[in-house]
Design a protein around this ligand. Structure first.
Ligand code: N2P
Length: 338
């Protein structure tokens, strides 16, 4: 009987006549079994899509009729997405596993009551590099070294690239000062002739293959690359300071599947589910109960969970004012076309 019910629900899912949910997430942000297990347990069929940058996600959902239900915005995009009317308020009564979150993520500065978003992953942005280099990079300035020409990549992400340039110049990552931003732009343009490409998570395989010598990289991507080639690769927390980011999960206002969306988010919050995700994807989880379940080597991986002293040199991304955002967009377009 049980088996028959399972076959029926699998058949219903296959022709997608049953309940469904459209989930749009970063690449490499769930374990292989996460989605199939959820479908099996709930009978909700998931259409799952991935993106490589928050800008790519935003461009898709901006219209308010993208068809996606659940997305994973970076924390500094919560306020702008809310102001654009893109997010649905969360229903905490449908999220019984919220208490699995690590204490600082229960009341984060970008959404203190978790009205719009649930913290998912976090990390820092630093430099992934080949240990064979005779002078290992330790500062953003080292990514302007002509000896590495053609073997350097930067993230394909405007706040990250401008942020690294601003930090190198001794300014805040979140500067909205036009003069500082223009100087940062000049540095980015000067660096372009040394770059192999602007790459996000895609840089991982090129690091492992040895094609990239040094990359501005998310700790997550670096940890995945280091796991694949532990003797060849390492990660540096740049001496001038660096970005801290958090990615969250949120429900779009356009969604007509609010309850299923919450069911999915609560499933992700379950410590065992979340621990499997953190293990498979090598990410720093915001789920304290899940982290406690991880093997010690992963729980204490210094790339993913640096010491408080190291983290203190980082700076969280902050939302920009509309005027500053416009200027930054323009500067970025000019960098890309220079
Ligand atoms: C997932 C990497 C996301 C980290 N592949 C940056 N928010």
């Amino acid at each position: 009987m049980k088996r028959r019910a399972f076959i029926l629900s699998a058949a219903a899912a296959a022709c997608s006549r049953g309940p469904r949910l459209n989930v749009y997430n970063w690449s490499d942000y769930v374990a292989p079994e996460t989605i199939p297990d959820f479908e099996r347990e709930t009978g909700i069929f998931v259409r799952y899509g991935t993106y490589e940058s928050v800008q790519e996600m935003l461009a898709k959902v901006m219209s308010g009729n993208s068809g996606w239900d659940v997305v994973f915005p970076s924390a500094d995009y919560i306020q702008p997405m809310r102001e654009m009317g893109l997010l649905a308020p969360l229903r905490p009564e449908w999220l019984p596993h919220l208490d699995a979150l690590d204490a600082p993520f229960r009341h984060p500065p970008w959404d203190p009551e978790l009205r719009w978003s649930v913290p998912y992953m976090w990390g820092v942005t630093g430099i992934a590099y080949q240990t064979s280099l005779d002078r290992p990079p330790c500062s953003w300035g080292d990514l302007w070294n002509p000896r590495l020409a053609g073997k350097i990549t930067m993230l394909d992400d405007p706040p990250e690239v401008l942020g690294a340039c601003l930090k190198m110049l001794g300014y805040s990552l979140n500067s909205s000062d036009p003069a500082q931003l223009r100087r940062a732009q000049q540095e980015a343009i000067a660096q372009k002739k040394l770059l192999r490409a602007y790459l996000n998570a895609e840089v991982r395989d090129q690091l492992v293959a040895g094609d990239v010598a040094a990359a501005q990289a998310w700790a997550i991507t670096a940890a995945q690359a280091i796991e694949a080639a532990p003797d060849k690769l390492a990660f540096a927390f740049p001496s001038e300071g660096f970005a801290r980011f958090a990615d969250t999960v949120a429900v779009l206002r356009e969604s007509r599947r609010q309850q299923a969306a919450h069911r999915f988010i609560d499933y992700l919050l379950r410590p065992e589910v979340s621990a499997k995700i953190a293990t498979a994807t090598q990410t720093a989880t915001a789920n304290g109960a899940a982290r406690a379940l991880l093997p010690a080597a992963m729980r204490d991986n210094p790339v993913l969970y640096p010491s408080g002293g190291t983290l203190a040199r980082g700076e969280w991304f902050q939302p920009q004012s509309a005027a500053s955002q416009r200027l930054r967009d323009r500067l970025w377009t000019e960098i890309k076309s220079a």
